[in-house]
Ligand binder design. Structure first.
Ligand SMILES: [Zn+2]
Ligand SMILES: [Zn+2]
Length: 368
């Protein structure tokens, strides 16, 4: 049996951002994960802060459990699922499975599928019943906000092409999610498409929609600064609901019918109502948001009113990561203005604050 290969000296201790409880994250010294035959160890080169990380930090019941939700997280755990790095140690079984070697730059998908449940067995591994996501499960899915990260054998590991610009590598995960959401909308050339909520995922959705060449691509957001960037990235019409009557503008643009496809990533209940208001009959509504509060609306519009096709979107399965890598590598999708802040890992608290406010920032990166 081949031995575990290592690149250079790997220390025994490392710095990491450890989730202990809501509002109790700590920058700690902990052991570098041990590497077995099944494992890849990467030196982490960057980790993005996701909206879900901010929600976890603030104690969202969706993650910590509550009357309506089972507890999802298993703490203490190293935070972070949007990370990439360089392979510095690899076991023989892992090398064979992932087809990567020492020195390769890689990114793992955020989910580590169990490989055994009904969803995994039928190819829908991103809906895995166990649902181990990096950064949320102590032991089985420790995250990447650390100097090193262990990728367990069931990880789905993607290698970057030689020419890949590592400055945009942390955008692969959110872009993968964006691509999956857009694929769910099944966009056609003659469609009028609206993307609402221009955070990191929404900005990726906008650009992925543009690659489908729809008739019109409408960007909707409350921040003019983000709409300006959306126009640079392919939006043909930009609407700010705090300044214009979006419903009236869409009616003008579509001879009163409404948009064919509404892609929603704002996470706000008002974005749902807006979508139901501006979508045409038989339109396709893609919901990719995670909401901070319940949404209340008159559901009659979905059936009796418009016969709307409601499509959920979750994570970034199958070719989403490879497409994200390809589009970033050939420049057809841009991330340089979406990644707005890079902070050293020890400034994680400032990074989370920036990401939570979201007025100056779009995507915030932590660099170990
Ligand atoms: Zn994420
Ligand atoms: Zn599974």
């Amino acid at each position: 049996m081949a031995a575990i290969e290592k690149l250079g000296d790997i220390p025994s201790a490392m710095k990491a951002v450890v989730v202990r409880a809501p509002n109790d994250y700590r920058y700690e010294d902990i052991p570098v994960p041990a590497v077995g035959d099944d494992d890849v160890l990467i030196k982490v080169l960057g980790a993005g802060i996701c909206g879900s990380d901010v929600k976890c930090w603030h104690g969202s019941p969706y993650i910590w459990g509550g009357p309506d939700y089972p507890k999802y997280i298993r703490e203490p755990v190293i935070a972070g699922h949007e990370f990439f790095g360089k392979v510095v140690a690899i076991g023989p079984k892992a090398a064979e499975k992932h087809k990567v070697g020492l020195g390769d730059h890689v990114v793992p998908e955020q989910i580590i599928p169990c490989g055994k449940c009904r969803y995994c067995e039928t190819g829908y591994y991103y809906l895995c019943g166990v649902h181990d996501i990096y950064g949320f499960r102590q032991g089985t899915a420790e995250g990447g906000m650390a100097e090193y990260a262990r990728l367990p054998i069931n990880s789905r590991v993607h290698k970057f092409p030689e020419s890949f610009n590592l400055d945009v590598a942390a955008y692969i995960e959110p872009l993968g999610c964006a691509i999956h959401g857009v694929e769910r909308g099944d966009i056609q050339f003659f469609d009028v498409v609206a993307v609402a909520g221009l955070g990191p995922v929404g900005m990726g959705m906008l650009q992925a929609c543009a690659l489908k060449n729809p008739k019109e691509l409408i960007a909707i957001d409350l921040q003019d600064k983000r709409l300006k960037l959306a126009a640079e990235l392919g939006a043909t019409v930009c609407l700010n609901p705090s300044e214009v009557d979006v419903r009236a503008e869409i009616a003008k643009l579509t001879a009163g019918y409404g948009v064919d496809v509404y892609v929603h990533a704002s996470g706000h209940p008002k974005g749902v109502q807006q979508g139901l208001d501006i979508i045409r009959k038989q339109g396709r509504y893609v919901e990719y948001s995670v909401f901070g509060e319940n949404v209340t609306t008159d559901w009659s519009v979905i059936g009796d009113g418009k016969e709307i096709n409601i499509l959920g979107g979750h994570l970034s399965p199958w070719d989403s990561y490879t497409s994200a890598i390809r589009f970033l590598n050939d420049g057809r999708i841009k991330a340089d203005k979406i990644i707005t802040h890079r902070l050293p890992l020890e400034k994680w608290g400032d990074g989370f604050d920036l990401a939570a406010k979201g007025d100056e920032s779009i995507k915030v990166l932590l660099i170990p």
